[in-house]
Design a protein around this ligand. Structure first.
Ligand SMILES: NC(=O)c1ccc[n+]([C@@H]2O[C@H](COP(=O)([O-])OP(=O)(O)OC[C@H]3O[C@@H](n4cnc5c(N)ncnc54)[C@H](O)[C@@H]3O)[C@@H](O)[C@H]2O)c1
Length: 255
C-alpha cells in the first residue's frame, strides 16, 4: 500500500480525501496514491492523518469539514500548491446512534454538520476550482442507510439521503463544466465507525449483508476508484451501492 506507485490510472492527478485518517478514507487515500495520484488527507485526527500522509507520500491538512472556512482553505491551499485539483472525495462522517426523541440540538447539528454540510462545502469548494480548469471528478460518501435506514440513525440516515440528492443536483449543474459527481453508498464496513461493536451487535452488523460479513474498506475504495477513473467517464449523478447486497432484499428465514 502507499508510496510505491506503479504507472497507474491516476498518474499526475491531484486529490483530496476528507476523513482520510481512518477507515474508508485511509484505504481510499492509499489506493489513489498507488494509482499515481498526489493525495492531501484532510481530517480532525492529526496523528492518524499525518500517519496516512507519510504512508502514501502525500500531505496532511487538519480540517473540520463542518466549517466552510476550513474546507475552502483546504481546497485553496491544495490547488494553489499543485496548480490543479482533479479529484475531491467528500468522505468524513460520524454515526452516533440514539432514539430520535433523545437527540439534543447540538448532536443534531453535529451529525448534519459533518455528514451533510461537510459534503456540501467540499462539493462547492471543489467545483469552484474545477470549473476554471474545465475538468474534475467528485465522489461523496453516502450510505446504504440512505435507502434502507435503521432505527436510532434518524439524523445520520437523513443526512446521507441528502448527500445522494445533493450529488444528483451537483451532477446536473456541473456536467456542462466538465465535472462529474457521484456518490458511493457503503454497506457495513470494518472501520473505526464500527470498532465498538461487540457480541450480538457485532454479529448483526456482520450479517447485514447476505455475504455474511462486513466489507474491508479496500473493497469500498475500489468502488470510489472506479467512479473517479476515466473508465467511468459516462457515469454521473450515480449512487453506487457497494453493500454486498444489503439493500437488495432480505434472506428468507430458515424454516
Ligand atoms: N463503517 C460503515 O459501516 C459505514 C457504512 C456506511 C457509510 N459509512 C460512511 O463511510 C465514511 C467513512 O467512515 P468510516 O467507516 O471510514 O469511519 P471512520 O470513523 O473510520 O473514519 C471517519 C473519519 O472521519 C473523520 N472525521 C470525523 N469528523 C470529522 C470532521 N468534522 N472533519 C474532518 N474529519 C472528520 C474521523 O476523524 C475519521 O478519520 C463516512 O462518511 C461514513 O458515514 C460507513
Amino acid at each position: 500500500m502507499g508510496k510505491k506507485s506503479k504507472a497507474g490510472r491516476l498518474e499526475g492527478r491531484i486529490a483530496i480525501v476528507t476523513g482520510g485518517a481512518s477507515g474508508l478514507g485511509r484505504a481510499t487515500a492509499s489506493l489513489l496514491a498507488d494509482e499515481g495520484a498526489k493525495v492531501t488527507i484532510a481530517d480532525l485526527d492529526e496523528e492518524g492523518g499525518r500517519g496516512v500522509a507519510d504512508m502514501v507520500g502525500g500531505t496532511f491538512r487538519r480540517t473540520n469539514v463542518a466549517y466552510s472556512a476550513d474546507v475552502d482553505a483546504l481546497v485553496a491551499e491544495t490547488s494553489a500548491t499543485h496548480g490543479m485539483l482533479h479529484i475531491m472525495i467528500n468522505n468524513a462522517g460520524i454515526c452516533p446512534q440514539s432514539p430520535l426523541v433523545e437527540i439534543d440540538d447540538p448532536t443534531f447539528r453535529q451529525v448534519m454538520g459533518v455528514n451533510f454540510d461537510g459534503v456540501f462545502f467540499g462539493t462547492r469548494a471543489a467545483a469552484r476550482v474545477m470549473r476554471n480548469q474545465g475538468c474534475g471528478t467528485i465522489v461523496n460518501t453516502a450510505s446504504a442507510g440512505a435507502f434502507m435506514p435503521t432505527e436510532n440513525m434518524s439524523v445520520y440516515a437523513a443526512a446521507k439521503s441528502a448527500v445522494v440528492t445533493l450529488t444528483r443536483v451537483a451532477a446536473i449543474e456541473l456536467a456542462p463544466l466538465g465535472i462529474r459527481v457521484n456518490a458511493v453508498c457503503p454497506g457495513p464496513m470494518r472501520t473505526g465507525m464500527a470498532a465498538g461493536l461487540t457480541g450480538a451487535a457485532r454479529a448483526a452488523f456482520e450479517n447485514l449483508s447476505p455475504l455474511g460479513r462486513a466489507a474491508d474498506p479496500i473493497e469500498m475504495a475500489q468502488g470510489i476508484l472506479f467512479l473517479i477513473s476515466d473508465e467511468a467517464s459516462y457515469i454521473n449523478g450515480h449512487a453506487l451501492q457497494v453493500d454486498g447486497g444489503s439493500i437488495a432484499g432480505k434472506r428468507a428465514p430458515v424454516t
